[in-house]
Design a protein around this ligand. Structure first.
Ligand code: ATP
Ligand code: MG
Length: 379
């Protein structure tokens, strides 16, 4: 039994319903019922006319008789559903109570519901209103989705343009500070030197922030050019890039054999590099960083864990570290801009995977990545 509240008149007022039935009496009854409720009603006496009417202007809903000469309701429904121009219009089948209604066939043809003749007005109206409500909500959802996508694109474009335009003036600031230091070194006292150093450091930090932000905004701008990438090569490149920190800290990095995945090489390097450099960075004083990269295959998905023996993360911080600019520690203690993990998340999601973290303060942290198994790569 349906217990829907009637749609408010503002919602029903403009809904446009097409009734298709070869019996004029049925058309009249239904039409009167719907017009009384404020619907706009169109009528068609056979399948051909119905299709032409829907094509010329798709209604909000179709009530479609099953038993009609020449083209029956199932056939009309199939034709409408195979045409992209008309496929989105919901169809409710009408069947006589004494006819054997093939419900499975009705749903398989693309119908969303059915009503039986003779019509029970309350039931017919409830079913119609229910479908119209679904239709409206679907439209709303599509619209909101489009709006969201657009505003997301605009925001990214904004971040890109702003960061790009900020780079040059900032370069001038740090450049002139360097010149001042070089040219007037002997005439400046210690306080002035200190001020200049601070300006230079702050400027450089801002430059890094801008570059990281640019890299973050660019991930979605890059073409989805996915190739088969051997993650062992990616790791090799990353350890080369991080060689200085690895050697100075005498870090131990071990790993299981890494898989081949479908991906973008530069982005995969960015991903592993940030995770490993975090493992090297967030480490207690006088501790040798020990990082292990584990690999397992779980239900067609590679699960890669990057485990460190670092300072760990408190449970209340676990969610927010994946957001842009979210850092738990001061930049003085652990340098960085707080964009690394947000970039990692974007990269993993672009590779149709997920990223999550498990951590225990004082013991260490493991970041997990899931990446789809690439059958092509593992032949
Ligand atoms: N392995 C880890 N151990 C402990 N804390 C971590 C670890 N990885 C990340 N964090 C915490 O999460 C925060 C966000 O990490 P993220 O990589 O985004 O930024 P960052 O390393 O500070 O800066 P960036 O990567 O942009 O240079 C870090 O500031 C740190 O507080
Ligand atoms: Mg980082």
């Amino acid at each position: 039994m349906m217990t829907l509240d009637p749609l408010p008149t503002s919602e029903t007022a403009k809904a446009d319903i097409l009734i298709v039935d070869d019996t004029p009496d049925n058309l009249r009854v239904l039409s009167a019922m719907l017009t009384n409720r404020g619907y706009e009603v169109r009528k068609a006496l056979n399948g051909q006319r119905a299709i032409a009417s829907v094509k010329s202007e798709p209604p909000d809903l179709i009530l479609l008789d099953i038993k009609m000469p020449e083209m029956d309701g199932y056939e009309v429904c199939k034709q409408l559903k195979t045409n992209s121009q008309t496929s989105a219009v919901p169809i409710i089948f009408i069947s006589a109570l004494d006819d054997a209604l093939d419900k499975v066939k009705a749903f398989a043809a693309g119908g969303v519901d059915y009503v039986t003749k003779p019509f029970q007005e309350a039931e017919v109206m409830a079913r119609i209103e229910h479908q119209i409500r679904i239709q409206r909500l679907q439209h709303q959802l599509i619209q909101q989705n489009e709006d969201l996508l657009r505003s997301n694109r605009e925001l990214e474009q904004f971040a890109y343009v702003v960061s790009h335009d900020l780079q040059q003036p900032l370069q001038s600031v740090t450049g002139f500070v360097k010149l001042l230091q070089l040219k007037y070194d002997s005439t400046l006292d210690a306080v002035a030197q200190d001020y200049l150093n601070r300006i230079h450091e702050t400027g450089s930090r801002m430059q890094r922030l801008i570059q990281d932000l640019l890299a973050y905004a660019q991930i979605d701008k890059q073409e989805e050019d996915l190739q088969i990438i051997d993650c062992n090569d990616v790791l090799k490149q990353v350890t080369d890039n991080l060689r200085e920190a690895i050697v100075t800290q005498q870090a131990i990095i071990t790993h299981d054999p890494l898989p081949k995945v479908k991906g973008n090489e530069t982005q995969l390097i960015q991903l592993f590099q940030n995770l490993i450099s975090n493992g090297l960075k967030f480490i207690p004083a006088n501790t040798i960083p020990t990082i292990h990269i584990s690999v397992s295959l779980q239900r067609q998905t590679w699960q890669i864990g990057i485990q460190d023996n670092g300072i760990g993360i408190l449970p209340e911080h676990l969610e927010k570290i994946f957001e842009v600019f979210q850092r738990i520690h001061s930049a003085q203690k652990y340098p960085g801009t707080g964009i690394g993990l947000a970039t990692c998340k974007k990269i993993v999601e672009r590779h149709h995977g997920q990223i999550w973290v498990e951590s225990k303060v004082g013991t260490g942290t493991t970041f997990f990545l899931s990446l789809p198994l690439c059958l092509e790569a593992n032949q």
